[in-house]
Design a protein around this ligand. Sequence first.
Ligand code: GLN
Length: 385
Amino acid sequence: MPKLSNRLDWFSESVIRKMTRIANKYGSINLSQGFPDFDPPKAILEGLKEVANKGPHQYSVTWGAQNFREKLALKQEKFMGIHINPDENVLVTCGSTEAMMCAMMSVCNPGDKVIVFSPFYENYTADTILSGAEPIYVELKPPAFNFDKEELRSAFKQNPKALILCNPSNPTGKVFTKEELLYIGSLAKEYDTFVITDEVYEHIIFKPYKHTYLAALEGMFERTISCSSLSKTYSITGWRLGYIIASKEVIENCKKVHDFLTVGAASPLQEAAIKGLEFRDEYYEELNNTYEKKRKLFLDGLDEIGLKYYEPQGAYYVMVDISEFGYDDDYKFCEWLAQEIGVAAVPGSSFFRGNVSNYIRFHFAKKEETLKEALKRLEKLKEYR
Ligand code: GLN
């Protein structure tokens, strides 16, 4: 067989998504790949029913249906506090996964460097390599997963084309402070660098933390490519509705990549999801309260079992330290956990640069009864310390 692309030697398939298959194989409770086991809001499901009869069922405009972009621009304008023109500043994509890939391919030339904080959501390494670039990793240090300012400056000194910022952060749940974002922004300006954000957890922030949109900071709109999605906000991860918000010039170029990569996001699903974009502020408050409760329930349970973890400030993940179980391979630990304990987690090493194998990541985007059952099973871990 002829040799396949060399690019593929540099990354493996997604460990997160593989863990879902392992969870299914053993029938374990899936706290690995982050997606809910509860229904999306009723209004959105009703919207879906209507669409079945009324359509649309054919392509929408490649960069997103007009009415979807208009409603999205209105909603984001309110939360982000910046002016968003639906015709110039918005591109609708197949999930934020495509949004990030489009952003990276629009920005990077072969050989360019891209700063990635470590730990990181595993897609970023693949995105970087697939767009011909090379990652420069900057460590986020536990317990608060803060970065060292000088280390970040040294990375910028290598003249990167972009920095990828996941805020709130997957897998750590870190919420970047305004002060940190101002610092990142000042370096981006000084070294003339783009910042590509992944803000899919923008509406899942625990008190007293606050989400700051980098694009809204002074002078940052031109160099920020804000990627996000409807997946987590409306519990519709399977609908694959994401988007990019950026300057007209950036969007024009992202549209080109998107047009040839996927043509467009599913038009019936855009139409049905408009119902969500029209929700009032109470919906987002309620969403946050729901996740506050789930977080408390799950973290209290971990405390009860005596597992050590880092408290998330946002998103719906928690990193648990498994050092005490004596495994030197976190992947093996996760397989054992799925098979013997009946709960699936993601091996932490898939999020880190270098050999870090003492963490696993759970998510708590599940019904309370599912979380309770998972905690009941995890109790057995007490016997293995
Ligand atoms: N963001 C989810 C996670 O980290 C996965 C998303 C996906 O698989 N596309 O688990």
